[in-house]
Design a protein around this ligand. Structure first.
Ligand code: AGP
Length: 607
């Protein structure tokens, strides 16, 4: 949830750390800090709020130390405040640490340390680590960090500096991401690839319980037992400007406009000689054929991608499919057998609840297939097979392009399952694949003229509440539409299967109440038209997502956001885009921070 960085090299560390933190700000942004090492001393600066505040604070700092660590925070233990900002230090101030994760046994460790005379200056779980290292320190920082890690229980990505060891940073991790790179005159560490790309495109994703000993001339890697190990290098082919807005006012709009490319890249090379293949599934045709139950487990937007997958897998492959909120799935006793396929969907690949649900499913004997956007992420490593959504780095907290990447990947999976079960012929597969690929162009068409979407948004910007209704695929997409509106504009929005309206929610309607209806051409189109009429009868303001050329809807709705005609099974892909733009336009009109909404973070690595 937090972002950590570290640098040791031949250049002053201060600006390099700040730049790295700015790239990681999407991970958490309620406070930030750095520690610079110079002439056998550490200088620590904390600031509440965004990294920009810290950048201003250190601008005038006369410290050209070439080694340091930094942190941007998303509070879990201890309110956002200077005393709780990282880096945290030891009593003697000679040890400084930055941490991403949660220390579960910090209370008992703290009590014991305080009993032994340690004085704490924060309310965080993290600070115990600094004091444990101080206690263990006998001239070898690496050894002291190892000893400290033996005592802590929980998740951590950790970087540590010590006044007595110039130029040395010791790093380790357990369940929280750490990547390292050497190049450009130094060694870099961070919670995410995006903050080390200035060093090199060859990065190392550190494994659990491994250590990295960083110096200006290189990085030594050690395993849990202390043996020196050869790291696995991952070459990153996307470049730093992913981290730039590319001329868009915000990352969310930039990423919405990347979606046609995401659809094309995610489908690239998947259909050969009329047959679809997902080799990454790692399941033979026989094993695929044996699958008799599918669970899609995920959280938030990824869960909504699962709602769409259920309709496709059941519709095409005729396999019973449950979509499960991961935080529920992990605590109930789902029916799992060796012929159960669990599909874990996660943009970040590090959502704690989804990870725990994966572990639970594997213990119960399920095959786990991961769908994630982050190469080498825990979800990828802990699944039997993994498919990467080709969305590239997603910076805006509100998921957009990664969601479409997930929906396209899940659609591919549904087609492959249907193919393996012989439920769809080669020509049907080929036709559906072609129409799926055509959605990229249809999205470009939607993005080419968004005036009707802006208009509808202007009409809703002052509302307090809104309802999203749809049927079938339309219903699944309404949940995503409502979440987007909630999370970036703070307008209270709920989604309902339209048939449910008369069983309660319709009581909410008053004149002018915004009802957003997904009413694209589908087998239940007539039903959704009657739902529109019953809402209109209560004076609601109707905003419809409809299929181009549908004049009837224009007579019924106050605002219409048209999308090109597609087969109903692909309508979630096209209908999502106007709902993303609609939510963003309302958030902008309400002056909200579209990329970094309050109280949220891009990945939720705690339960
Ligand atoms: C969506 O816009 C949010 N960022 C959030 O709901 C997100 O989808 C959820 O936290 C799951 O994240 P994941 O896909 O990285 O696991």
């Amino acid at each position: 949830m937090c972002g950590i960085v570290g640098y040791t090299g031949c250049s002053p560390a201060k600006d390099i750390l700040i730049e790295g933190l700015q790239r990681l700000e999407y991970r958490g942004y309620d406070s930030a800090g750095i520690a610079l090492q110079k002439d056998g001393a550490l200088t620590v600066v904390h600031r509440v709020g965004k990294v920009e505040g810290l950048a201003q604070a250190v601008q005038s700092l006369d410290n050209d130390g070439t080694c340091g660590i930094g942190h941007t925070r998303w509070a879990t233990h201890g309110v956002p405040a200077e005393r709780n900002a990282h880096p945290h230090t030891s009593c003697n101030g000679d040890i400084a640490i930055v941490h991403n994760g949660i220390i579960e046994n910090f209370m008992e460790l703290r009590d014991a340390l305080e009993a032994r005379g340690h004085v704490f200056s924060s309310d965080t779980d993290t600070e115990v680590i600094a004091h444990l290292i101080e206690e263990a320190y006998a001239g070898d920082l690496y050894q002291a960090v190892r000893d400290a890690c033996e005592q802590i229980v929980g998740a951590y990505g950790l970087a540590v500096v010590c006044a007595q060891e110039p130029g040395r940073i010791v790093v380790t991790r357990k369940d929280s991401p750490i990547v390292l790179a050497h190049g450009n005159g130094g060694s870099y560490v961070a919670s995410d690839i995006i903050a080390v790309l200035d060093a090199s495109r060859d990065v190392v994703v550190l494994g659990d319980d491994q250590f990295a000993l960083m110096d200006a001339d290189g990085i030594e890697y050690r395993d849990r037992e202390g043996a020196v190990i050869e790291p696995k290098i991952t070459h990153v082919d996307w470049d730093v400007d992913v981290a730039e807005k590319g001329g868009y006012p915000d990352f969310m709009l930039k990423e919405i406009h990347e979606q046609p490319r995401v659809v094309r890249d995610t489908l690239a090379g998947r259909l050969t000689n009329g047959a679809l293949k997902i080799d990454e599934l790692g399941l033979s045709l026989e094993e695929l054929n044996l699958i008799d139950r599918v669970y899609v487990i995920a959280c938030g937007t990824s869960y909504h991608a699962g709602l769409i997958a259920k309709q496709l897998i059941e519709g095409w492959a005729r396999i019973p499919t449950e979509v499960e909120v991961a935080s529920e799935f992990r605590y109930r006793n789902p029916i799992i057998t060796p012929s159960t396929l669990v599909v874990a969907v996660s943009q970040s690949g590090e959502t704690a609840d989804t990870l725990a649900a994966i572990r639970d499913a594997r213990i119960k004997g399920a095959k786990v297939f991961g769908i994630t956007n982050v190469v080498g992420s825990p979800v990828a490593r802990e699944s039997d097979g993994v498919i990467y959504t080709k969305a590239n780095k997603e910076i805006a907290v509100a998921s957009t392009k990664s969601f479409l990447g997930q929906v396209v990947s899940l659609t591919l999976l549904a087609l492959v399952l249907a193919q393996s079960k012989g439920k769809l012929s080669v020509s049907q597969i080929r036709l559906l694949f072609r129409e799926l690929a055509d959605t990229a162009e249809q999205i470009e068409c939607i993005l080419s003229d968004t005036s009707s979407i802006e208009e509808a948004a202007q009409a809703c910007k002052d509302a307090h509440d809104a309802l999203f209704i749809g049927r079938g695929m339309g219903a699944a997409i309404c949940y995503e539409g409502a979440l987007k509106l909630k999370e970036i504009s703070y307008l209270h929005a709920e989604a309902y299967a339209a048939g449910e309206m008369k069983h309660g929610p319709i009581a909410l309607l008053t004149p002018g109440f915004p009802v957003i209806v997904v009413a694209t051409q589908s087998p239940v189109y007539d039903k959704i038209v009657s739902n529109i009429q019953e809402s209109r009868a209560r004076g609601a303001m109707i905003i419809a997502v409809a299929t181009e050329g549908d004049e009837e809807i224009a007579k019924l709705a106050d605002y219409v956001m048209y999308v090109p005609k597609v087969r109903d099974c692909f309508s979630a892909i096209t209908a999502t885009v106007p709902l993303q733009l609609f939510s963003r336009a309302i958030a902008v009109a309400r002056g909200c921070d579209v990329d970094q909404p309050r109280n949220l973070a891009k990945s939720v690595t705690v339960e």
